[in-house]
Design a protein around this ligand. Structure first.
Ligand code: PHE
Length: 438
């Protein structure tokens, strides 16, 4: 079966790419990183980076993938044979591995919270109990490992069976449902006592809080949230039909991804301020705030079950895109079949996942390393690949392959050739300097 045949409809591949983008990055990571980095000012920088840096990278990854019609590792080999550009694919494989290992731990917590909601153990807890529950969960290796392994088995099952059909259905039906549920939760959150303080934290910028670290974290989060800089979107680009308009598809994904992240902020911060949860409390933020909202609403238990379940599915569709990078690499590199590749990738990612489940410092190290170093670095080389190897004509032809003109092509090319690499480089130098001397 050809890759493209795997989709039922033309928007299939786009829905699948949106499924990769929308996940824990939006609902778990975005609020906690924003909370640690001062709130509204971070949000503004995040929006700026998303439009000027992340969007061009996403368009670039889609074009490279579709042009090569191959998953990331093979794509660079095909487009630049006998060169060292192939290392972009290798670094993507490494990065997928690192992200999967902590991502699945968080996905495991989410599955555990779904279970707790179903058996009724999440209702009627007070704020202290909610907070204790999270700390117990995160610091209990047995719980973390058990639920992480369940998640990993789910991923392995879907990927072994040939991925995409199920995800396409999810993205078209369940993602809108997640959106509706989030809007309801946002309404409940902003009508809690003291909610305005939380909204002001999210919307009223205080630029004195914008440290170099915060700026770098905003860039990393923009890459992480859109799944760019490591080849997942290059791989998905290879599934997109030539009739699709790549830049408008990428723009649609950026908008959906942003809306979900923003709503997560609106859902979490008013509630956090209302219940005295510190916005900079780290990776537990979503888990220590949301149960309070469920306690304060009619049908809270049902809402809680539905929300955590949808979040598990959103996390799965993102994990699957990471896993697919490992599996396609193992298949092409070692010439093994899909099932064998899935087994090897699962065993390795569970093994590293166990380390993240046991050691919170490894967990944070991998979280920071992937978003703040590996993804920006990957994106840096991916965008350089465009002017250096492909050139203006080829990339333009790919972007206009569906017969329409891309009126902002020159802006895109300028961003990709100069602004994006320069901005990433500058931010790197800045943060290394900051790290060494301040
Ligand atoms: N974008 C995904 C999310 O927001 C995470 C991810 C990162 C997936 C990088 C693939 C690659 O949850």
């Amino acid at each position: 079966m050809k890759q493209q045949d795997k989709f039922n409809s033309k928007i299939g591949a786009i829905a699948v790419a949106a499924g990769s983008a929308v996940g824990l990055g939006n609902i778990w990571r975005f609020p906690y990183i924003l909370g640690e980095n001062g709130g509204a000012a971070f949000l503004l920088i995040y929006i700026l980076f998303t439009i000027l840096i992340a969007l061009p990278v996403l368009i670039g990854e889609f074009s490279i993938g579709r042009m090569a019609s191959l998953p990331v590792t093979a794509a660079f080999k095909k487009l630049a044979p006998n060169t060292k550009w192939y290392f972009i694919g290798l670094s993507g494989v490494f990065c997928a591995f690192i992200i999967l290992s902590f991502y699945n731990v968080v996905a495991g917590w989410t599955l555990y919270y779904t279970y707790l909601s179903i058996v009724g153990d999440l209702t009627d807890l007070n704020q202290t109990e909610i907070s204790e529950l999270y700390h117990q969960t995160a610091s209990d290796p047995a719980t973390c490992i058990f639920w992480m392994i369940l998640i990993s088995l789910g991923i392995a099952y879907v990927v072994a069976r040939g991925v995409q059909n199920g995800i396409e259905k999810y993205s078209k039906v369940l993602m809108p449902l997640l959106l509706i549920l989030m809007i309801i939760l946002c309404v409940r959150s902003i009508t809690l006592d003291n909610a305005s303080e939380g909204l002001s934290f999210l919307l009223n910028p205080d630029f004195s809080k914008l440290t170099p670290d915060a700026i770098f974290a905003a860039l990393g989060q923009a890459f992480f949230s859109l799944s760019i800089g490591m080849g997942a979107m290059t791989t998905y680009g290879s599934y997109i039909s030539k009739k699709q308009n790549l830049h408008s598809s990428a723009t649609a994904i950026v908008i959906i991804d942003f809306i979900i992240a923003f709503l997560a902020g609106v859902m979490i911060f008013p509630c956090a301020f209302s219940y005295g949860v510190s916005p900079d409390c780290g990776p537990g933020l979503v888990f220590v705030t949301l149960p309070n909202i469920f306690n304060q609403m009619f049908g809270g238990q049902i809402m809680s079950i539905m929300f955590f379940l949808l979040l598990v599915i959103a996390a799965l569709t993102s994990s699957i895109s990471l896993f697919e990078v490992l599996v396609s690499f193992a298949k092409t590199q070692f010439g093994i079949g899909r099932t064998k590749a899935v087994i090897i990738s699962s065993v390795l990612s569970v093994a590293v996942g166990i380390i993240c489940a046991i050691s919170s410092s490894t967990f944070s190290l991998f979280d920071n390393l992937s978003a703040n170093i590996l993804l920006p670095l990957g994106a840096f080389f991916i965008v350089l690949f465009i002017p250096i190897v492909l050139g203006k004509k080829r990339i333009k032809a790919e972007l206009e392959a569906n017969g329409t003109t891309f009126s902002l092509f020159n802006v895109f090319y300028f961003l990709v050739k100069y602004i994006v690499p320069f901005a990433i480089f500058l931010l790197f130098i800045y943060s290394i300097f900051n790290w060494l001397f301040i």
